[in-house]
Design a binder for this molecule. Structure first.
Ligand code: AMP
Length: 504
């Protein structure tokens, strides 16, 4: 059986009474999780969905998230996880592009979802504060636990992973059952060999790294605690680790680690593994985290198109790998550095990091041109610039695109620019990231005003939050007389950034 739901069904058979999930004081056993997943899937089928249909997931972390994820697979449906912080127009684009036939959303997002006026989409409300009384519970009651898991092909679609495109139009990386299973084996072999004795804490969004890495924990029958705080509170997280004797933190982005370094001393002696990645970490912070918490960390480098899996750096088993490296390729994953002509660069040279193997996506949803670009020559072109040393260690130098990574979230400058330029007081704008101790990078917009006096900074910032998620808004607006441009009239984003940094 190749359906990724088998990771749950085998655990439900083997450890039916073991605790699978803990959230907000509630516990779900493996039997209950397996049954709920089957009910979820069968109820959607009886509402008219057919295998292969997409199901949007738009809610913060909660136990229902994993029910919906595995439930969709159980019925051969395709989850489309979305960041719970997205704004209405962003959700509308993803639901429209994916052609989702159902949208499972939090009660808090109900007004936003109503505003989308979605036709022919089954919307189901999850209220983590009132389980048993929400639309999600009613949906489960319509289903049956007797539905057999769907037969799927290894290359059938299992997760549509939306990454914002540099043009602002999001692209759906099509991840297959094979991709997710190979990712899980790779995780269990190289990153963290979960066992049924593990207590695994999920603090990062289940729509991204933590959800992907939950698969391995479920496969091994571990006890998964879903952190229920409103935001990442390092003292609360470390307190939870001590109280519940957490052994593994499923996934952290570097900014969470930086914030944990500033937290009060806590008993973290139960921790044997903490996985982090998704953005660069400063060497100074790596050193401090190893000093404070010990060599329990494993760094991973991947991207939506090759989920969680390109290279890894296990600080315990490979202390000789330099801290400014993203580690070595997983066995079975080929990593090559290619030049602008797509030919391999000489050993040790810089170029684009390219990847080949069973974890690489099968292409972008409904976007053959972008697929052709990204997968040309049979290699996934990551858009990251790097080099590989003689021992096979990868060093990531920069991103070839200008993606800003703030708090572990990717922000595409163009998307922010397209909003700001709609303001009548803005003639021209260029957006870029500047280094920030806490967030990794902050969004800054350099604006040429359309009139005098220019629109106030606060007005432009609140204007942007009406259109895009708050975490994407510029933290600072700089006013310039003109933007730096090339001879062809193209705005030089890096030059603008350099000018602003030189003056600050
Ligand atoms: P996403 O597709 O949202 O997971 O973002 C993937 C991008 O995040 C990669 O292409 C890299 O630019 C960056 N990234 C992921 N992991 C690491 C890492 N360990 N070190 C540096 N950058 C990383």
């Amino acid at each position: 059986m190749v359906n990724v739901v088998s990771l749950l069904t085998t655990s439900a058979q083997r450890h039916p009474d073991r605790c699978a999930l803990r959230f907000a004081g509630r516990r779900t056993s493996y039997r209950e999780l397996g049954d709920a997943a089957a009910r979820f899937g069968s109820a959607l089928l009886s509402r008219g969905l057919v295998p292969g249909d997409r199901v949007g997931l738009f809610m913060p972390n909660c136990e229902q998230y994993l029910v919906a994820l595995f439930g969709a697979w159980h019925a051969g449906l395709v989850p489309v996880p979305m960041n719970a912080k997205l704004a209405g127009p962003e959700v509308a684009v993803i639901v429209g592009d994916s052609g989702a036939r159902a949208l499972i959303h939090s009660a808090a997002a109900a007004p936003l979802v109503r505003g989308l006026e979605l036709a022919d989409v089954h919307t189901v409300e999850v209220d983590p504060a009132a389980p048993g009384e929400d639309g999600f519970s009613r949906l489960l009651a319509e289903g049956t636990a007797d539905l057999a898991p769907a037969e799927v092909g290894a290359d059938d679609l299992a997760w549509l992973f939306y990454t914002s495109g540099t043009t602002g139009r999001p692209k759906g990386a099509q991840l297959s059952h094979r991709n997710l299973l190979v990712m899980t084996w790779t995780l269990l072999a190289d990153v963290c060999a979960y066992t049924s004795d593990d207590v695994v804490l999920h603090v990062a969004p289940l729509s991204h790294g933590s959800g992907l890495y939950a698969l391995g924990a479920i496969a091994r029958g571990a006890d998964n605690i879903i952190y229920d705080g409103a935001g990442f509170d390092p003292d609360a997280v470390l307190g939870l680790v001590g109280r519940e004797r957490v052994t593994v933190i499923a996934f952290l982005v570097p900014t969470m680690i930086v914030r944990m370094l500033a937290a009060e001393p806590a008993d973290t002696g139960s921790l044997r593994c903490a996985v982090y990645g998704g953005a660069p970490i400063h060497v100074e912070h790596s050193r401090a985290m190893l000093d404070r918490f010990g060599p329990i960390f494993v760094q991973i480098y991947g991207q939506g198109e090759s989920p969680m899996t390109v290279t890894y750096l296990n600080h315990a088993s490979a202390p000789d790998i330099p801290l400014d490296s993203a580690g070595v390729a997983h066995p079975g994953v080929e990593v090559r550095i290619l030049g602008d002509d797509d030919a391999p660069v000489p050993a040790g040279g810089e170029g684009e990091v390219c990847v080949r193997g069973d974890v690489v996506m099968r292409g972008y949803w409904n976007n053959p041109a972008a697929t052709e670009r990204a997968l040309r020559g049979g290699w996934l072109h990551t858009g990251d610039i790097g080099r590989i040393d003689e021992r096979g260690c990868l060093f990531l130098l920069d991103r070839s695109s200008d993606v800003i990574i703030s708090g572990g979230a990717n922000i595409y400058p163009r998307e922010v620019e397209e909003v700001l330029v709609q303001h009548p007081g803005v003639a021209e704008v260029v957006v870029f990231g500047v280094p920030d101790e806490t967030w990794g990078e902050n969004v800054v917009a350099a604006v040429v005003a359309a009139s005098s006096p220019p629109p106030p900074e606060g007005e432009l910032i609140s204007f942007s939050t009406a259109h895009i998620a708050s975490f994407k808004k510029p933290k600072k607006i700089i006013y310039l007389d003109a933007l730096p441009k090339s001879a062809y009239g193209k705005v030089l984003r890096r030059e603008a950034r350099r000018l602003v940094l030189a003056e600050s």
